[in-house]
Design a protein around this ligand. Structure first.
Ligand SMILES: *[C@@H]1O[C@H](CO)[C@@H](O)[C@H](O)[C@H]1NC(C)=O
Ligand SMILES: *[C@@H]1O[C@H](CO)[C@@H](O)[C@H](O)[C@H]1NC(C)=O
Length: 363
């Protein structure tokens, strides 16, 4: 199914881990695609799912949860830094009562910025629907703790948005001569995506979000799926790398412009492409034996088809930057979150998560 992308998105906190125990942990809301989906798609009639082994093999329960990882994903590591439990999928029947105070995860594998991204997955939760659920969540919380406290909880929450990779992989480049690629030259398509994303961010602000980590696309051309389909000698796909290198700087520019319009640093860019480029250019420096071959899969680079019980499976998942053909391993997710937490301007703009946590604890 080629669920989604391979992007390395992300964020964090840490220096303040200790502080977070003093008060109730800050709420955390997650929006986006398979890189951050904690299991919503398990409840949908879709082919974009990660609910069978060996997904989850290194999760504490050892079982699949719907996360596109061998273990924890990026939101899980951020929750740890907040001193909070992992966010539950919004569609989970367990998300009731006091658990609503932790926040919620609205992400859905396969979605993109555009409504026509991921149509082959049929029934997935697109961005506008994720926002409708966020409104519904606020109504439910409000009947529990009242409108005043609900508004406060939402305004003070940390938010993560990871979206955009699928608009390339599962739309523009999904098939040769795709409708979008006939409609737009690549630079124009990127400008269109950024302008549509801007609208989504303003909607998010309207719904009460005030601290939002927005990840860029990962190194789209270097994921095992693209190496398998487009590469002769293991070099990254130049075309998809070009897409990522057009998208990420424009994302930062747009966030800067939205922040100045709002008069506040609401939106924070997480440069996951840079983080991933580090893995790709020197995997050994991060303890990986490879950043080209997926741990789970088949064909060249284990990059073809789905990760299933019938696939090749590596014995030591920590030695692989990629778990499946598109998604980072738990170990890579952890490193990505470390960069979100403590990275300099090359990774986090205008500031990193530890700075955010320190700032927000004072206000
Ligand atoms: C996407 O779909 C939603 C719901 O149908 C709609 O409100 C929205 O305007 C659409 N967005 C675009 C860019 O067409
Ligand atoms: C990121 O976090 C570290 C502390 O962990 C801090 O020393 C550094 O200055 C921060 N960098 C930026 C750009 O905020």
């Amino acid at each position: 199914m080629a669920s989604s992308l391979a992007i390395f998105g992300v964020l964090m906190i840490m220096a303040l881990g200790m502080l977070s125990y003093e008060a109730e942990a800050r709420a955390f809301f997650v929006f986006g695609d398979s890189l951050v989906d904690n299991g919503n798609n398990n409840y949908l009639a879709t082919t974009a799912r990660a609910d069978s082994p060996p997904y989850g093999i290194d999760y504490p329960t050892g079982r699949p949860t719907g996360r596109f990882s061998n273990g924890l994903n990026i939101p899980d590591f951020i929750s740890q830094q907040l001193g909070a439990e992992p966010t539950l999928p919004y569609l989970s029947p367990e998300l009731t009562g006091q658990k609503l105070l932790v926040g919620a995860n609205f992400a859905s594998a396969g979605i993109g910025i555009l409504n026509d991204t991921g149509i082959q997955f049929i029934n997935i939760i697109r961005m506008t629907r994720q926002f409708e659920y966020f409104q519904q969540y606020q109504q439910r919380l409000s009947s529990l703790i009242g409108p005043q406290r609900t508004k406060q909880l939402v305004n003070q929450a940390l938010v993560l948005l990871t979206v955009g990779g699928n608009d390339f992989v599962n739309n523009y480049y999904l098939v040769p001569f795709s409708a979008r690629s006939r409609q737009f030259a690549l630079p124009d398509y990127v400008r269109y995506l950024i302008s549509e994303l801007r609208k989504l961010l303003l909607k998010m602000y309207d719904l009460g979000a005030r601290r939002v980590l927005v990840t860029g696309t990962g190194p789209l051309g270097c994921v095992p799926a693209e190496l398998a389909m487009r590469s002769r000698n293991g070099e990254c796909s130049a075309e998809l790398q070009r897409a990522a290198s057009l998208y990420n700087p424009q994302l930062i520019q747009m966030l800067r412009s939205v922040n100045s319009q709002l008069g506040s640093d609401v939106f924070i860019a997480a440069n996951t492409q840079q983080t991933h480029n580090d893995f790709v250019s020197n995997p050994q420096a991060f303890g990986f034996s490879t950043s080209k071959i997926a741990c789970c899969g088949q064909g060249p680079y284990n990059g073809l088809g789905l990760c299933t019980v019938a696939s090749n499976l590596c014995p030591n998942r920590n030695q692989y930057a990629f778990w499946d053909a598109f998604h980072p391993s738990e170990k890579a997710n952890k490193l990505i979150v470390q960069n979100i937490l403590k990275g300099d301007e090359k990774y986090m703009y205008p500031m990193n998560l530890s700075t955010i946590l320190a700032l927000d604890s004072r206000t």
